[in-house]
Design a protein around this ligand. Structure first.
Ligand SMILES: NC(=O)c1ccc[n+]([C@@H]2O[C@H](COP(=O)([O-])OP(=O)(O)OC[C@H]3O[C@@H](n4cnc5c(N)ncnc54)[C@H](OP(=O)(O)O)[C@@H]3O)[C@@H](O)[C@H]2O)c1
Length: 312
């Protein structure tokens, strides 16, 4: 297939591109900078120059493709106070793809998240994020807007698009990770304490980046219209276990952080560290035969690469 990938230069996209090319697909990747364009060319992809706001460019790239994988998200703006702006830009891009792909039967996959889908219990692909305490309750917030974007994507199934939503756990880990796990390591290094909240028994699901990339390819090739998929390898790793591995590698004490000090210890992660958000991928595995083969979160942390760089 000729596949148009947005966010092709990102953490997950840069694993998805070689996964697709390795399986014989042709990739055209959206690039907003020279650096991203060079990385995509080096990976063997064609380059579609433009940004998420260039809806005409997105439409023509989608039109020229046999399928679209949408991974771009304005994280830079979202995590500096502009989450709603980022979610709105995401919606406009998704709408544009829906218009172009309607009636074509072509695949359209977007990235979404498992966090907030069913807090406090094992979230499955059947959960819609509207239960008690879930993300939809934060009406008008960026995360609730992203949930609505995912629902819009699924609705394209009734307009002749083979659309699916692939939910990622809050940690998509691997060598080079600059996300939540690297942030926790940096916070423990900076404060001299590897912390958790309460008794640390709350759980986070996880997936290795390469396993996630593989699932994006399976979704492109096989997922029926309207599928919700979970790229979950570890259903729920207790945050205390994560803190213990980090403490051991950095040789710092592991401790429960009092709620009043959570902001100081965890910064932008303070609202996430105490969340219990296990998730299952049983239905995804049954549907697509996906089987994660790369190290789980604890084994990956134990490999040591998260602790190599003092800036991590
Ligand atoms: N990583 C996780 O743990 C995780 C968990 C749940 C959900 N997700 C979702 O999965 C998707 C991919 O995440 P990721 O971790 O790969 O993110 P990432 O590393 O931040 O990559 C984001 C991608 O979007 C591109 N981008 C950002 N703003 C853009 C704009 N205005 N125009 C065009 N492209 C733009 C970036 O381009 P540049 O290379 O030019 O910056 C990059 O390619 C996102 O939707 C994310 O929210 C990720």
């Amino acid at each position: 297939m000729r596949v148009f990938v947005t966010g092709a230069s990102g953490w997950i996209g840069s694993a998805v591109v070689p996964e697709l090319i390795g399986a014989g697909h042709q990739v055209s990747g959206l690039a907003r900078s020279d650096a991203a364009a060079a990385a995509l060319s080096a990976a063997g992809a064609q380059v579609q120059r433009g940004t998420l706001d260039d809806l005409g460019g997105l439409r023509s790239a989608a039109d020229a493709s046999d399928g679209v994988i949408h991974l771009a998200f304005k994280h830079d703006i979202a995590f500096s106070g502009g989450f709603q702006h980022a979610a709105e830009a995401d919606r406009r891009a998704i709408e544009a793809f829906g218009e172009v792909l309607a009636g074509s039967g072509r695949p359209f996959i977007i990235a979404s998240g498992t966090l907030g889908i069913a807090p406090g219990r094992l979230a499955t692909e059947r959960d819609d994020g509207h239960g008690p305490g879930s993300v939809a309750a934060l009406s008008g917030s960026g995360p609730a807007m992203r949930l609505a974007n995912a629902e819009m994507t699924l609705s394209f199934a009734s307009r002749g698009v083979r659309s699916s939503v692939l939910r990622l756990p809050p940690t998509v880990h691997g060598e080079g990770d600059n996300g939540f796990m690297a942030a926790l390591v940096g916070m423990a290094r900076g404060s001299g304490v590897s912390g958790y909240l309460g008794d640390g028994s709350n759980r986070w699901p996880a997936v290795h980046r390469i396993d996630a990339a593989h699932l994006f390819r399976l979704a492109l090739e096989q997922a029926p219209a309207g599928s919700v998929l979970h790229a979950v390898a570890d259903e729920g790793v207790p945050i205390r276990e994560i803190a213990e591995v980090i403490g051991r590698h950095l040789d710092v004490p592991v401790a429960s952080v009092p709620p009043a000090q959570a902001g100081g210890q965890f910064g932008f992660l303070a609202g996430f560290v105490g969340v219990d958000a296990p998730a299952s991928s049983e239905l995804t595995r049954e549907l697509l035969g996906w089987q994660p083969t790369h190290p789980g979160l604890i084994d990956d942390l134990d490999k040591g690469h998260y602790f190599d760089s003092p800036s991590a």
